[in-house]
Ligand binder design. Structure first.
Ligand SMILES: *Cc1c(COP(=O)(O)O)cnc(C)c1O
Length: 379
């Protein structure tokens, strides 16, 4: 099946009891058993739920993996991956990660004796110099948030494989429409399904996909033992969102290209971070590993005062000032005080994230209305 067909049909069977074409929301906590130990494969809803199972089957196929597991949020999915490790183990991750991932690593897991090295992932050498015999995991995010840096998944995964190090790629920004990390050699792919997969800003949800059965068993054990599972209603919403992912992403990409070009030509804009520009430092890698460049971008005004950035952030009418991304509606965000406030300021500045940076999640509205809104806000 081609991608568009998979999104609509993968993992979907008519409901056996009624023929319902959509998977029902199995709103139940437990399942009646015929005799002790004799059941239909469902015992208790933290461990198994048919709505969740349909979504896991679909997600596995869509990410070209054998297995997928769903969690109550993207962060809960990240949490499960780190729980594969032991005290003393080390992780190498990028130095411009999603703020919530950085917070989870440094404020929760460092306490349990896991060490994190945050490096410039664009540079393969900086990974090699941080690797030791304690390194058990390399964590990639690409394109990165909010600076849209590109990490070479294939080359880092092949290096990690030689060293027997597990790799996990946060594929939230690209979505499976643009990038499939498992095909590039990664062991685990992670999504905050809250974003493009759901696509309608109405559910918090996370998932992992993988090919290795042993790895799936370990992560399934963590999923049911730690219990950060999603409810069936949210699984239903993500399943519904998946069916239009390709159509939405096509428009996100089209609009993204138009808005990026508009901003770049704007007399008051100093710099636009969007990986589809041929002079973007990661363009060649992006072109190799992605099928398009998406609708996420950031920009800086020529007037770099924080007050001027805040004025623009408060002046848009169509773009809503909000955290999150990947929904049908366009959002504007101030990373320094919103999504990335959990990263210490000096750490942010060191990695190029200035206090005046503005991030956009381009939705699927008419591009002319979006440029008009930005024009009146920038002034
Ligand atoms: C939002 C996000 C997460 C966290 O997901 P939640 O669903 O909010 O828990 C992780 N990584 C990236 C890149 C994100 O944008």
């Amino acid at each position: 099946m081609k991608f568009a067909t998979k999104l609509i049909h993968a993992g979907m069977e008519p409901d056996p009891s009624t023929g319902a074409i959509m998977v029902p929301i199995y709103q139940t906590s437990t399942y009646v058993q015929e005799a002790p130990g004799k059941n239909k494969g469902y015992e208790y809803a933290r461990s198994q739920n048919p709505t969740r199972k349909a979504l896991e089957n679909a997600l596995a196929i869509i990410e070209n993996g054998k297995y997928a597991l769903c969690f109550s949020s993207g962060v809960a999915a990240s949490d499960a991956v780190i729980k594969l490790l032991q005290p003393g183990d080390e992780v190498i991750a990028g130095n411009d990660l999603y703020g919530g991932t950085y917070r989870l690593f440094t404020k929760v897991f460092e306490k349990f004796g896991i060490r994190f090295h945050f490096v410039n992932m664009k540079d393969a050498e900086s990974i090699k110099t941080s690797v030791s015999n304690k390194t058990k995991l390399i964590w990639m995010e690409t394109p990165t948030n909010p600076l849209m840096n590109i990490v070479d998944i294939e080359s880092i995964s092949s290096y990690a494989k030689q060293k027997n190090i597990l790799t996990c790629v946060d594929n939230t920004f690209a979505s499976p429409y643009l990038q499939n990390p498992l095909n590039l050699g990664a062991d685990i792919v992670l999504h905050s399904a809250t974003k493009y997969l759901g696509g309608h800003s109405d559910a918090i949800h996370g998932c992992l996909a993988m090919n290795n059965a042993e790895l799936r068993e370990k992560l399934y054990f963590i999923q049911k033992s730690c219990g950060a599972v999603p409810g069936p209603q949210d699984c239903f919403l993500i399943l519904r969102g998946l069916k239009t992912l390709h159509v939405r992403m096509e428009r996100h990409c089209e609009n993204g290209e138009k808005i990026a070009a508009f901003l770049r030509n704007h007399r008051k804009v100093a710099k636009v971070y969007w990986c589809g520009f041929a002079d973007h430092p990661g363009y060649d890698v992006a072109k190799k590993q992605m099928r398009g460049f998406g609708g996420m971008m950031s920009f800086e005004l020529k007037n770099q005062s924080v007050d001027e950035a805040k004025r623009v952030l408060s002046s848009t009418k169509l773009f809503s000032l909000a955290e999150s991304l990947g929904g049908v509606e366009s959002l504007i965000n101030h990373p320094a005080t919103m999504t990335h406030a959990s990263i210490p300021r000096e750490e942010r500045i060191k990695n190029g994230l200035s206090d005046s940076l503005i991030r956009l999640s381009i939705g699927i509205e008419d591009a002319d209305d979006l440029t008009e809104d930005l024009e009146q806000a920038i002034g």
